[in-house]
Design a protein around this ligand. Structure first.
Ligand code: IVH
Length: 712
C-alpha cells in the first residue's frame, strides 16, 4: 500500500532534483539560465517541503544539501590517488620556446600539439566522483595528502553533485582537478558586505585569499554564503572507464559531465600559435571577470605527456607562462634589520604602503648588503617595488632623479641590533652574521620556526608569547619548550590557567609529530619541508641522520652538496646535539617507525639511477618514479654513463638508442617489478625467457642482475 503511494512521490522528488540540477548548471556553469529566479525558488521550496515531510527521500546529492549542516572540528586527511603537481614557469617567448623544444626532445622528436588555457588564481582542489555522485573533495595540501573539504565544496554551485551522464560516459571513479576561485565583482561585493557587517579590517586582500579562506572554513554554512566558483582543468585519476587520449578530449569530457572546464582553452599546432595566445590573454587580463596570473601551456597527447615525463614534482609536458610582475613606486621610510634563526642579519625596507595588484605592500626584502649597495638603496629614496606571485615584494630599482637631498648610503650595522655582539661577514659569503650563539633574537626566530604550523605545530604559542618566554629566561633553546614551568606560566600576566593548560596540551601533542617535521623544525640552514621529508625517508631517525657522513647525505636523491654540508655541520655542533638529546629525553619522537618508510641502507635500489622510456602497462610513469624513489633509486630524464638501468616499456623512444650507445643495461617492466620487489636475481631468469621488444635487453640482463646485487 505505502510502497505504491511512494512511487509517484519518489518520482516527483527525482524530477525536482534533476530540474534544479539542470537550472543550477545553466546558471552557474553555462551562465545561461532558462528559468527566472522565482521559478527556481518555487522548485527549491517544493523539494525542501517534500524532503522535510519524507526524510527518507533526501539524497546526499540533492541540491537542498548544498548548505552544509554542522561545523566541523577540523579537516580529515585525504591521500591523493596521484600526486597533485605544480607547474614550472616561463616568463617570455624565448623561455616558452625552449620549454617546447625540450618537450619535443623528450618526446623523441615528435611534433607536438599544445593546448593553452588560463591559469586561474584560486585554491587547487581534487574532486572524486563514485558512480557519478560527488564523493569527496580535497585541497592540494603537500601534493600527496590534502584536507577533506567535502562539506564546503558541496556549497559551491558550479560543482555538480551528480555528473550529467553518470552512466555510459562517466567512469566508475573519476577524480577531477580544478581551482576554486571568486570573480572580481563577487569579491568586491563580499568585502563590502563584510565591512558593512562591522568586520572592518577583516576584508580579504584579494580574490585568491577570499576563495582560500572561504573554503577552509570549519563551518560550511559560512562557506555557503561565499560566492565561490569552480573551474576544472584536468582529470587526475580514472577507474573503470576510459581515460581520454588527449587533454583536449579530457576538457570536452569534463564539460559533458557538467563542469566548467578551462574557459577559453584553445588548441595549437605550433608553439608560435600558443605564444600568440599567451599574449592575447595577457592583453585581456584586466577585462576578464576573474583574476588570471598566467597561461598554462600543455602538450595535448596524453601518451606523449607520459613519454615527456616529470622532473621532481613538476610535469615536463606542461608549463605556466607567468604574466610580468606587477610594479608600483613607493618610498623607503626606513631600513631595519631582522636577526634570522641562523644569526643572519636580514635587511628589510619599510615602505610607504602601496596597493600592488590588490595587495597592500609595506615592506620589501633587501636580501643582503651587496644587493643594497648594488642598487644603492637609501632611506627616503623613491623606488620601484615589484610583487610576483606569493614571494616577498622586492625593490627593483631606485628612481635616482627623485632622490631627495641629504641621503646617505646604507651601512650594515657592525654590531647585532638585538644583542649588541659584533657581526661578522666571511669572504665569499653574502650574509653578515651575529657572532653570539646565545643571541636572543636568533633564539626567538628558532622558536617561532620550531612551533610553526608546518613544523611542530604548537598551537597557542604565538610569536609574542614565545618572545616573552625568551625574554623571561624561561627558554634557552627549543628543547626547553618541553620542560616549561607550567605553574609559573599560568601565573603570567594576560595568560591564565585555561590558556596555560591548552598550551600545555599542544606542547604535549607536538611530541608525536612525524620525523620529517622534526627535522624541518630544527631549522637547519637550507633544509625546507621537502628536503626534510627526503632525509626522514632515507635515514628513519635523528640518530641515523646525525651519524651520517656528508657523502651519505649527499647521496640522497634531491639533496645536493650544499644541503648535505649544512646538515652535516649542524650535527657536528655540540650545542645542537645537546638540544637533540634534550628533545629525546623529553619524549619527542625522533624515529620514524612507520612501515612504509624503510631505512636507506635496507632499500633495495639504494644508489642506483634509472631512466624510464616508453609506456608501462602495470603502472603510470609517475607511479613508477615514485616507487623507484621509495626503493632508494634516483630517477633521471636522460641517459648518461652513470645510469644504472634504462627501463624500456612499449614504443620506446630515442633513450633506448642512447642506452645502447653508452652500454647501459636496458630492462623491461617485469624486471623493474622484480627489482622493486627486492629480487634482483630474478632478472637474469626473466630476461632469458623474454623475447620481442626486450631482445636488446636480454643480452645484458646478467650484467644488470649483477649490478643490482652490488657485484657489477
Ligand atoms: S595544470 C600537471 N592547469 O596552478 C599540471 N593548473 O602550479 C598540474 N592552475 O595550484 C596543473 N589553472 O591548481 C593547471 N589551467 C590550469 C590551471 C592550473 C590554475 C593551478 C593549479 C595549481 C597551480 C599549478
Amino acid at each position: 500500500m505505502e510502497g505504491e503511494q511512494a512511487t509517484p512521490l519518489q518520482r516527483r522528488v527525482d524530477e525536482l532534483r534533476h530540474t534544479i540540477d539542470r537550472l543550477n548548471y545553466e546558471y552557474h556553469v553555462l551562465d545561461a539560465p532558462s528559468a527566472t529566479d522565482a521559478e527556481y525558488d518555487a522548485l527549491m521550496r517544493e523539494l525542501r517541503e517534500l524532503e522535510a515531510a519524507h526524510p527518507e527521500l533526501v539524497h546526499p546529492e540533492s541540491p537542498t544539501q548544498r548548505v552544509g549542516a554542522t561545523p566541523q572540528s577540523g579537516f580529515a586527511e585525504v591521500r591523493h590517488p596521484r600526486p597533485m603537481l605544480s607547474l614550472s614557469n616561463v616568463y617570455n617567448e624565448d623561455e616558452l620556446r625552449r620549454w617546447a623544444e625540450r618537450a619535443r626532445r623528450f618526446a623523441g622528436g615528435t611534433e607536438l600539439t599544445f593546448v593553452t588555457e588560463p591559469k586561474i588564481d584560486g585554491l587547487a582542489v581534487a574532486l572524486t566522483y563514485v558512480d557519478g555522485i560527488f564523493h569527496h573533495g580535497a585541497t592540494r595540501g603537500d601534493g600527496f595528502v590534502g584536507e577533506d573539504i567535502s562539506a564546503n565544496l558541496r556549497t559551491v554551485r558550479s560543482l555538480p553533485l551528480r555528473l550529467r551522464h553518470p552512466t555510459g560516459v562517466a567512469p566508475r571513479v573519476i577524480e577531477v582537478r580544478g581551482e576554486v576561485y571568486m570573480r572580481k565583482v563577487d569579491f568586491a561585493a563580499l568585502n563590502a558586505r563584510i565591512e558593512a557587517e562591522g568586520g572592518k579590517g577583516r576584508a580579504f586582500m584579494n580574490p585568491r585569499n577570499a576563495a582560500a579562506g572561504s573554503l577552509r572554513q570549519l563551518d560550511p554554512r559560512i562557506t555557503a554564503r561565499r560566492p565561490l566558483r569552480l573551474f576544472t582543468y584536468g582529470i587526475g585519476y580514472v577507474e573503470g572507464g576510459d581515460t581520454p587520449s588527449t587533454h583536449w578530449e579530457a576538457l570536452a569530457l569534463l564539460r559533458e559531465l557538467g563542469f566548467d572546464a578551462s574557459p577559453g582553452a584553445t588548441r595549437h599546432e605550433a608553439i608560435d600559435e600558443a605564444w600568440d595566445r599567451c599574449v592575447w590573454w595577457q592583453a585581456r587580463r584586466g577585462e576578464i571577470d576573474y583574476e588570471i596570473d598566467g597561461v598554462v601551456v600543455k602538450v595535448d597527447d596524453v601518451r606523449l605527456q607520459e613519454e615527456i615525463g616529470y622532473v621532481a614534482r613538476e610535469p615536463r609536458w606542461a608549463t605556466a607562462y607567468k604574466f610580468p610582475a606587477l610594479q608600483q613606486t613607493s618610498v623607503v621610510n626606513d631600513i631595519v634589520i631582522n636577526v634570522g634563526r641562523t644569526g643572519t642579519l636580514n635587511p628589510l625596507a619599510l615602505l610607504e604602503p602601496v596597493n600592488i595588484g590588490g595587495v597592500m605592500v609595506s615592506r620589501a626584502t633587501l636580501h643582503n648588503e651587496d644587493e643594497i649597495a648594488r642598487k644603492d638603496i637609501r632611506v627616503r629614496d623613491v623606488v620601484v617595488v615589484q610583487r610576483a606571485g606569493d614571494v616577498i615584494p622586492q625593490i627593483v630599482k631606485v628612481i635616482e632623479e627623485r632622490r631627495p637631498p641629504g641621503t646617505e648610503p646604507f651601512r650594515m650595522p657592525q654590531r647585532c641590533p638585538a644583542c649588541d655582539a659584533p657581526t661578522h661577514r666571511e669572504p665569499g659569503v653574502a650574509m653578515r652574521y651575529c657572532t653570539n650563539a646565545a643571541c636572543p633574537a636568533q633564539l626567538k626566530q628558532r622558536v617561532h620556526h620550531f612551533v610553526s604550523r608546518n613544523a611542530m605545530d604548537i598551537a597557542g604559542l604565538g610569536e609574542t608569547l614565545a618572545d616573552r618566554f625568551v625574554d623571561l629566561g624561561m627558554i634557552h633553546d627549543v628543547a626547553d619548550l618541553y620542560g616549561l614551568d607550567w605553574e609559573a606560566i599560568a601565573s603570567l600576566e594576560r595568560l591564565g590557567e585555561k590558556s596555560a593548560a591548552n598550551l600545555r596540551d599542544s606542547v604535549e601533542r607536538s611530541k608525536g609529530r612525524p620525523l620529517a617535521r622534526l627535522i624541518f623544525a630544527l631549522g637547519i640552514r637550507h633544509i625546507g619541508e621537502r628536503s626534510a621529508g627526503l632525509l626522514a625517508d632515507r635515514f628513519g631517525s635523528i640518530a641515523a641522520l646525525a651519524a651520517a657522513s656528508a657523502e651519505e647525505i649527499n647521496a640522497v636523491g634531491g639533496i645536493g652538496p650544499i644541503l648535505a654540508a649544512s646538515v652535516f655541520d649542524f650535527f657536528k655542533e655540540p650545542r645542537n646535539l645537546e638540544v637533540i638529546a634534550k628533545l629525546e629525553a623529553a619524549g619527542v619522537r625522533t624515529v620514524d617507525e612507520s612501515a612504509a618508510r624503510s631505512r636507506y641502507d635496507t632499500m633495495p635500489l639504494a644508489g642506483k639511477s634509472f631512466v624510464l622510456t616508453g609506456r608501462l602497462t602495470t603502472m603510470t610513469r609517475p607511479e613508477a618514479e615514485e616507487r623507484l624513489r621509495r626503493a632508494g633509486a634516483a630517477v633521471s630524464g636522460s641517459v648518461s654513463k652513470k645510469t644504472s638501468f634504462v627501463v624500456a616499456g612499449e614504443d620506446v623512444g630515442s633513450k633506448a638508442d642512447r642506452a645502447r650507445e653508452l652500454k647501459v643495461p636496458i630492462i623491461g617492466e617485469e624486471e623493474l617489478l622484480a627489482l622493486l620487489a627486492g629480487k634482483p636475481d630474478t632478472i637474469a631468469a626473466n630476461g632469458a625467457s623474454d623475447d620481442g621488444a626486450l631482445a636488446g635487453a636480454v643480452g645484458r640482463a646478467d650484467e644488470a642482475g649483477n649490478r643490482a646485487n652490488g657485484q657489477g
